[in-house]
Structure formats: structure tokens, C-alpha cells
Design a protein around this ligand. Structure first.
Ligand code: NAP
Length: 314
């Protein structure tokens, strides 16, 4: 089967399509024929070596954190018949093994049946950003109806899910994005959209209960002026430096700085699926073929996405 590998850290030029054997599922695993894989910033953070301290120096490595596909085989310990089922999910350990291959093996903890509200392509693009948005709002911010939220970077993968979830939770939603994302932000439910090409967010007088900084361009120090004494700023850049910094901020300030460390587990995947069944939408920005997957990574890293970019294998 074909897989997208790299055998050293670097930019998208280290990626190459290779031929490897189809994996054999363990007793508690299923073999999945991959339909689509969605691209995430985490993919290139791992590939660039930014997380080398965790990912180590064992090569080759595969790329990709989330997928959809069809179950083709089952390990002997799996009781229910899943053959032929459409599933979506996340890599068991993306720091070790990616999912952009024609086939992968997965335990049932990492997958969920695709709800009838989604296509297989759309389902490939929900696990990482959907769980990150859900946990940011519900677990970290413990958002309450009537609160205000600033989503800084509201048109990316997490952004569009966050707008929709914040709407379901009854929040007042302000979003920041570039000109090209203004219309879709409104369409997805953002109440006030600030175009960063035209207006500097630092000049606005508004205070927010929750600030979700998905662009990493705002920073806690700048956000402080837009926070009430009990507001929460959420940083998705879960590096050791950011975690250490947030620890010290939280010791001295009532304006909290929380780091997002998304938990990938079945419980949250079930909860996300309920939202998907109830109309949570997935925006697919661009679709590339597997043969063009290296170009897909290069272009997405350079130009970004409105919603999600996916690579479709069949
Ligand atoms: N810690 C965790 O558990 C976890 C989990 C998932 C993701 N993440 C991280 O979360 C971050 C966001 O992920 P994502 O998938 O949503 O990324 P993404 O799809 O690349 O979205 C980034 C967003 O930032 C906006 N942006 C770029 N420059 C900006 C600026 N100067 N001012 C305001 N907005 C700006 C983009 O809008 P334009 O395109 O219009 O510029 C886009 O809306 C990434 O760093 C990712 O690695 C962390």
C-alpha cells in the first residue's frame, strides 16, 4: 500500500510517497481502508521537529492525525461486526504514527461510526478540531450562556467549530479573521466579525469573558486589556514554555491563562458525535488527491484554510 512518510525533520520537501506492507490488525484492532485524511497544523509541527523532545529521532514517520474510512478486517477480540462500517477518528498516538496511508489499524477507542449527517470526506475533518473546540469551550472555559467570547482566528479548523459550539451554548461571539473569512464567519454564526486587515483588535474597547487565541498572534499580554478580572485566555500552543508561563501567570493574576491540551478519547468523541448529529457543520476548503498530498501540505502551510483541507484516497 501507499503511505506518506518522511525520514528526517524538515519542511514539506522531506515528505515522500512510499510503498509499504498493509498492516495486520492486533486482536483488539480493526483494519481501516482510509477514505480521507484532514490536514492539521500539528502535522507540520511534528514534521518540522518542533516537538522533537516528544517525537524523538526514530524514522521513518508517517504524517496525519485524523481520518475517515471503511472497516475491512477485525481482530479476534472484537465482538460486534464492524466490517463495511464507515468510521472516523484520530491517530492513536500521532507523535509516533500518522494516518496518511491507504490502510491503518486502530483500536475502537479512537474511532466512531460516521453519523448520517456527514459524508465520509467531512467526517475525516472533525476529530482534532472538533474535540479541541469542544474542550476549549466546555472543559477549560466552562462557558455559560450570556458570556462573551473572542475567537481570534475564527475561520480555521478549530475556529469554525468554536463559532458553532459557542452559538449552541448561547455566547456572544466576536471573531477575528482576514477579509476572505468575514462572510463565512457570519454564516457560521459569528455575531461580530473583525477583519484584521482593516481593524486592529487591540484598539477595541470591548471586554471578553473568554478569549480563544487560535492564531497565536494575540498573546496573553495583549489580551489582558480585553479581559475582565475573572476572564480566561486560552492558548492552544501547548509547548513546555507556554505551560510554564501560564503556571506563573495563574499564580499571580485573576485573569487566567489556560493551555489547551486536547484529550483524545471515546467519551469526548461520543459527545462531539451528538453535536454532529444535531447539525454541527464541517467546512471543506479544498480536496487533494493522495498523489498531490505533498503539494497539499505545502499550500496549506503557506496559505492556510477556511475550514479544513483534506486529502482523499478513494
Ligand atoms: N493544544 C492542542 O490540543 C491543539 C489541538 C489542535 C490544534 N492546536 C493548535 O491550535 C491552533 C489553531 O488550529 P487550527 O487548526 O484552527 O489552525 P488554522 O486552521 O491554521 O487556523 C488559524 C486561524 O488563525 C487566523 N489568523 C492567521 N493570522 C492571523 C492574525 N494575524 N490575526 C488573527 N487571526 C489570524 C487564520 O485566519 P486567516 O486565514 O484569515 O488569516 C485562521 O482563522 C494551531 O496552532 C494548532 O496547532 C492545538
Amino acid at each position: 500500500m501507499k503511505t506518506l512518510n518522511y525520514d528526517r525533520y524538515g519542511d514539506s520537501s522531506v515528505l515522500k510517497i512510499c510503498e509499504v506492507a498493509i498492516p495486520i490488525p492486533k486482536k483488539n484492532e480493526v483494519l481501516i481502508k482510509i477514505n480521507s485524511v484532514a490536514i492539521n497544523p500539528l502535522d507540520w509541527k511534528i514534521r518540522n521537529g518542533m516537538l522533537k523532545i516528544i517525537t524523538g529521532n526514530h524514522f521513518p514517520k508517517n504524517i496525519g492525525c485524523e481520518f475517515s474510512g471503511i472497516v475491512e478486517k477485525m481482530g479476534e477480540e472484537i465482538n460486534e461486526n464492524l466490517i463495511g462500517k464507515k468510521v472516523f477518528g484520530f491517530a492513536d498516538n500521532p507523535m509516533k504514527n500518522g494516518v496518511l496511508s491507504e490502510y491503518i489499524c486502530s483500536t475502537l477507542n479512537c474511532i466512531q461510526e460516521v453519523p448520517s449527517t456527514l459524508s465520509l470526506e467531512e467526517a475525516s475533518a472533525v476529530s482534532v478540531c472538533g474535540l479541541a473546540a469542544l474542550q476549549s469551550l466546555k472543559t477549560i472555559a466552562q462557558a455559560q450562556s450570556g458570556q462573551s467570547i473572542l475567537i481570534h482566528g475564527c475561520t480555521g479548523g478549530i475556529g469554525l467549530f468554536s463559532i458553532q459550539l459557542a452559538n449552541k451554548m448561547g455566547l456572544n461571539i466576536y471573531g477575528v479573521c482576514s477579509t476572505k473569512g468575514v462572510e463565512i464567519s457570519k454564516e457560521y454564526g459569528c455575531h461580530v466579525v473583525i477583519d484584521y486587515n482593516k481593524e486592529n483588535i487591540l484598539n477595541i474597547k470591548q471586554k471578553f469573558d473568554i478569549i480563544l487565541d487560535l492564531s497565536s498572534k494575540l498573546t496573553y499580554s495583549n489580551a489582558k486589556n480585553m479581559m475582565n478580572p475573572s476572564s480566561i485566555y486560552i492558548d492552544p500552543n501547548a509547548t513546555p514554555e507556554v505551560m510554564l508561563k501560564s503556571f506563573f501567570i495563574n499564580l499571580v493574576s485573576s485573569k487566567k491563562c489556560k493551555v489547551l491540551l486536547t484529550k483524545f478519547n471515546k467519551e469526548f468523541l461520543n459527545e462531539l458525535t451528538t453535536f454532529l448529529k444535531n447539525g454541527l457543520k464541517v467546512k471543506i476548503f479544498k480536496t487533494y488527491s493522495f498523489e498531490n498530498s505533498i503539494i497539499a501540505y505545502k499550500e496549506t502551510e503557506q496559505n492556510g484554510s477556511i475550514g479544513k483541507t483534506i486529502i482523499k484516497l478513494f
